[in-house]
Design a protein around this ligand. Structure first.
Ligand SMILES: Nc1ncnc2c1ncn2[C@@H]1O[C@H](COP(=O)(O)OP(=O)(O)OP(=O)(O)O)[C@@H](O)[C@H]1O
Length: 704
């Protein structure tokens, strides 16, 4: 690695570091000019009305925001010198650069966004452009026409170092990157950061997968699943901007504190338009009900069972009856009669077709009107489309449709299903056992949709019923993180939001902590409606140090036999201490461990069983240690977060102090779920883990 401490070059213009700094300064100037150009746009001549003007202005404002030069974010982090000129189709404006000081024919600087000079020539190439890809993928064994790959070291937006790999030079041995290692080892404070400068080849393959297919990633803790999912959205928005601007993208995470932890990654990559939500948030909004109820684990598991989809399908259609009376349409002096048996044929035909209940209901009046028109024509009349529409709106036709194909209100339907034992028995016959049906029924049926205490699982049922009535609009791409915790019915809810789009499904079977957690990805993908999707595995761990992951992996045989243990690419072994104290000393020992951790740089997470939190909060206060709650941003002054075990998933802290593992296990309804929760908690640490316990450790952990 070269640093400013290297002997000064005789000619400053020949010093590579100086030249790179000059390129950075010029790129910054160019970016400012690009921004000034957009700011100076006068749209008064091109917008005919204020709506257009508003839309255009908001697009311009977004572009201005996207072009902001963040002073502490490097404008470029890498450089490629190609051996040959890059094809014009490979990147916007990437052709035609002459070599600056490199060894190759063409020099490209790779950064977060495209920057060009006043002539339109590129100064920085977007990391997502095809021509940037070799920065992530090229190797000594497969140099991809790259002569030189250069990585830059930065300190607050200024270049401080660079590191070269001459990939096509047989004399140079392959080496690991110090800058990459430094980036990985950096202490963590604040929200999640982007990883554009250091995406690894196996991650890049997932990031750049074609938008057409759904991909599922099984990955041990800290292998970068979340990071990969977020960068994949940014990549897809670059590669398919127009299409996704129309259809939309969505990132789904497990809870709000997790969403707050990741919310700044996409904006830092210039993407401001991506929605983020939990599954609960999505369906609650769509179902239009307030969630005030909870289910027992068994009931929630049953409500999340895929068999509920069949029960709902039957329930939605249960009101359809065969017409017993003919329809008689009076027009002028004539009466047209469609006999009941013909109406029945129309109804049966619609029932047999694979269309939504509501669409069929809309189609039925037109079908009846068509039958009337046929009769009119047979009688020598020449009715046109307007007549057909008028007949479809005729009161007799409307009444017949209402009688045989009644409107369905999804929330009311689910309310009936959960309160009316006979109705449920009819719809669930042969699908759910009588015992299961009993589990579903409310003890005290609510009087209305408004007064019902809906649970999260109920909202998913309403969402399913809504979709049976009216197709849910599909987004262009959905990233589903921590997917292993979803029930089959929740997978269906996510799946219908990307029926015509694709999905990136990220998860770890070993971290599944719901009673209905995913047992196999193939099954989950089937519920999602994407049964033939590719499943990839990530095993290279970026977060958890070697000793710590090895310790946590003792649990794997009990919680997910067959899964590959993660490796750690962190250099440090990590601090791992396990301390047993007398029960009366536990709180003091925790406070002391936090104080010790606070002496070091970075964030500290004190993780404990949910039930222990109030006591621990008191103990911390008594020790004069203020703390944050998960999702609150850690800052240099405020670095200790008290984390309930139930919210630890997806988060990370430099140092983790873990309170009594057995209390975490006991906090869950069964041992396997408890051990999985413990596995999640043990794998949050970036630099060190201190386990403090008074009760005996779970035997799976104690065993060496
Ligand atoms: N290529 C990379 N370069 C640098 N850091 C990385 C890289 N990939 C991942 N990381 C870092 O490793 C940490 C773990 O990543 P992430 O949270 O995405 O993992 P995960 O697989 O989702 O973990 P979990 O299963 O625990 O939720 C993050 O701090 C992330 O920034």
């Amino acid at each position: 690695m070269s640093t400013p401490a290297d002997p000064p070059a005789a000619d400053p213009a020949a010093d590579p570091l100086e030249r790179e700094r000059a390129h950075l300064a010029q790129s910054r100037t160019a970016l400012r000019a690009m921004r000034a150009d957009v700011e100076a746009l006068d749209i008064s001549d091109v917008t005919a009305n204020w709506v257009n003007a508003e839309v255009l202005q908001s697009q311009i404002d977004d572009r201005i925001k996207a072009l902001a030069d963040l002073s502490d974010t490097p404008l470029f982090f890498g450089r490629l010198d190609y051996l040959h000129a890059v094809g014009a189709d490979q990147a916007e404006g990437a052709e035609g650069e002459s070599p600056a000081d490199g060894v190759g024919y063409q020099t490209l600087h790779i950064g977060r966004r495209h920057v060009h000079d006043a002539d339109g020539d590129p100064m920085v190439i977007d990391w997502r452009a095809p021509v940037s890809q070799p920065f992530y993928r090229a190797s000594k064994t497969d140099p991809l026409d790259v002569a030189l790959r250069r990585r830059f070291g930065y300190d607050r937006g200024e270049i401080t170092a660079y590191e070269d790999e001459h990939l096509s030079d047989p004399a140079e041995a392959a080496k690991s990157s110090k800058l990459l290692q430094q980036e990985i080892e950096k202490p963590r404070v604040g929200p999640m950061r982007d990883i554009v400068a250091t995406i690894q080849p196996e991650q890049d393959e997932i990031v750049r997968q074609d938008i057409g297919g759904t991909i599922c990633v099984q990955g041990a803790p800290g292998t970068g699943k979340t990071a990969v999912g977020l960068h994949r959205v940014a990549y897809l928005l670059y590669a398919h901007r127009d299409r996704l601007a129309r259809t939309g993208t969505l990132v789904i995470g497990p809870n709000d504190s997790f969403l707050r932890y990741i919310e700044q990654v996409l904006p830092a990559l210039g993407e401001l338009e991506v929605r983020q939500s939990t599954v609960g948030g999505l369906v609650e909004k769509a179902a239009g009900v307030e969630l005030r109820g909870t289910d027992s684990a068994t009931t929630a598991a049953l409500k999340g069972d895929a068999r509920m989809a069949e029960v709902l399908r039957r329930a939605v259609r249960s009101g359809v009856t065969m017409p017993a009376e003919p329809v008689v349409v009076v027009r002028g002096s004539r009466r047209w009669r469609i006999p009941a048996y013909e109406l029945e044929e129309l109804v049966r035909e619609l029932l047999a077709r694979d269309i939504r209940y509501g669409a069929a209901r809309d189609a039925l009046p037109q079908r009846i009107a068509h039958a009337v028109l046929v009769r009119m024509e047979q009688a020598g009349e020449a009715p046109d489309d307007r007549v057909q529409d008028a007949v479809a709106r005729n009161a007799a036709v409307k009444a017949a449709v209402k009688a045989c194909w009644p409107a369905v209100d999804p929330a009311k339907l689910v309310l009936r299903l959960l309160s009316d034992a006979d109705f449920l028995a009819e719809q669930a016959a042969g699908v759910l056992t009588p015992e299961e049906q009993k589990l579903l029924l409310w003890e005290k049926p609510p009087r209305s949709v408004k007064s019902a205490k809906w649970s999260a699982a109920d909202a998913v049922l309403i969402d399913e019923a809504t979709d049976l009535v009216q197709r849910t609009p599909s987004l262009g791409h959905v990233v589903l993180d921590e997917a292993q915790d979803l029930s089959p019915m929740q997978y269906r809810a996510v799946g219908r939001r990307c029926t015509t789009g694709s999905a990136t499904v990220l998860g770890d079977i070993a971290q599944g902590t719901t009673p209905w957690a995913t047992a196999s990805w193939n099954e989950a993908l089937t519920h999602l409606g994407k049964p033939d999707s590719q499943v990839e595995e990530l095993t290279q761990g970026f977060r958890v140090p070697r000793q710590v992951i090895a310790y946590a992996s003792r649990l794997l045989p009990a919680i997910a036999p067959g899964l590959t243990e993660a490796t750690s690419i962190r250099e440090s072994e990590g601090d791992l201490t396990i301390e047993r104290v007398a029960p009366g000393d536990l709180d003091d020992a925790l406070a002391l461990a936090c104080l010790t951790a606070l002496e070091k740089e970075g964030s500290i997470g004190l993780i404990a069983a949910d039930a222990r939190l109030p006591l621990i909060a008191k103990a911390l206060a008594a020790a004069g240690l203020p703390h944050l709650t998960p999702g609150e941003e850690t800052t240099a002054d405020s670095r200790l977060t008290l984390v309930p075990a139930s919210l630890a998933k997806g988060l990370e802290y430099d140092y983790v102090v873990l309170d009594d593992p057995s209390a975490i296990v006991d906090g869950e309804p069964d041992e396997r779920t408890g051990l999985r929760r413990l596995y999640v908690c043990l794998t949050r640490a970036v630099s060190g883990l201190a386990v403090i316990h008074a009760a005996a450790l779970p035997e799976q952990l104690a065993a060496a």
